[in-house]
Design a protein around this ligand. Structure first.
Ligand code: KG4
Ligand code: ZN
Length: 336
């Protein structure tokens, strides 16, 4: 027996569906939208349309790969926010239609909470982060320090005042002429670069606050000045530039995570969200083990947007008896 959840994710530019049985992933299908690449960022209107054409085949494939029939699903969990409104509405409307057709309950999932829940997928219980833990959730739209008391009880204890960490990566990449999303490319080029070659100043903000817009501006001015005397400066120094900007961002993130751990007296730490796929950040968090912390990094494929994490969050809501309503509306912005 056990509980089987169908998860649906459509908050940004990935259309994803997953089937989860208890905490085990039976399938996790993700359709990436290539259409945005040439625009240097996600175009909301195009994202909604791509979700509309992807959602049926993606759900079909998730069910087929899991070997699960719609009748075997116990509940449908979908992302209600935060995210792009038009994109969210595609997943939400589809989930509601399915719920009515199958007479199965709906579960509304907060996308940012779901990123944290990636740590509970598939793992044997002794490998899951011990509660309470602090999770640094770093994505393209958010940067949050989250105190996780239980899967259903989380609190944001710090966040960014302006850009998100993923945005900082993407904007730095754009300044260097790299395509969107630039985060993974900076990671790639940084592997062959010197992280201490260039130094960029860190923001002066509150203890548990982040700010990345100043870093972006100083990076832009620095490169403007350098390319004036040498038009090939970026090309000639790409690896070192990537390694240096990556190190600055990672150092800021780790400093804040450790600050939060100290303030709250919590010894178990984790990272989540798209930027937790970054190899330098993963290494830095792994190294926190040498400083007396239990450090958790998510499985690589559950860092960026996916429906397995939505189904995972949905599973715990299901156990708690927290179900959604047919007249709920998606929310572009959403608190915990
Ligand atoms: O969580 P996510 O897939 O979508 C949102 O909910 O926003 O995060 C996407 C963000 C993008 O900004 C992308 O550049 C960044 O995660 N990202 C990375 C890496 N992989 C994805 N940033 C740095 N290094 C990476 N390896
Ligand atoms: Zn996300």
């Amino acid at each position: 027996m056990g509980v089987t959840i169908l998860g649906i994710e459509s908050s940004c530019d990935e259309t994803s569906a997953a089937v989860l049985h208890e905490r085990t992933v039976l399938s996790n299908i993700i359709a990436n939208q290539k259409v945005h690449e040439k625009y240097g960022g996600v175009v909301p209107e195009l994202a909604s349309r791509a979700h509309q054409s992807n959602i049926v085949p993606v759900i079909d494939q998730a069910l087929a790969e899991a070997g699960t029939t719609l009748e075997e699903i116990d509940a449908i969990a979908y992302t209600i926010g935060p995210g792009l409104l038009g994109s969210l509405m595609v997943g939400s409307s589809f989930a509601k239609g399915l719920s009515i057709a199958l007479n199965k309950p709906l579960i509304e999932v907060n996308h940012m909470k779901a990123h944290v829940m990636a740590h509970f997928i598939d793992h044997p219980e002794q490998q899951m982060p011990a509660l309470p833990f602090i999770c640094l959730t770093v994505s393209g739209g958010h940067t949050q320090l989250v105190l996780v008391n239980s899967p259903n009880e989380m609190e944001v204890i710090g966040q960014t005042l302006d850009d998100a960490a993923g945005e900082a990566f993407d904007k730095a990449a754009k300044i260097m002429g790299l395509p969107y999303p630039g985060g993974p490319l900076i990671d790639k080029y940084a592997k062959d670069g010197l992280p201490d070659r260039f130094e960029f100043s860190k923001p002066q903000v509150g203890e548990l606050e982040f700010s990345f817009s100043g870093l972006k501006t100083s990076f832009l001015y620095f490169l403007r000045e350098k390319t004036q005397s040498n038009p090939n400066f970026i090309e000639n120094n790409l690896n070192d530039l990537c390694a240096s900007i990556q190190k600055t961002i990672v150092d800021i993130l780790i400093e804040k995570l450790m600050g939060a751990a100290e303030k709250y007296g919590v010894k178990t730490l984790a990272i989540a969200g798209g930027v937790s796929a970054n190899s330098a950040l993963r290494q830095a968090v792994t190294d926190l083990k040498h400083h007396g912390y239990a450090a958790h990094i998510p499985v690589f494929s559950y860092c960026t947007d996916n429906a397995a994490m939505i189904a995972m969050a949905g599973y715990y809501s299901y156990l708690a008896g927290e179900f959604g309503e047919l007249d709920s509306t998606p929310m572009a912005r959403m608190q915990f």
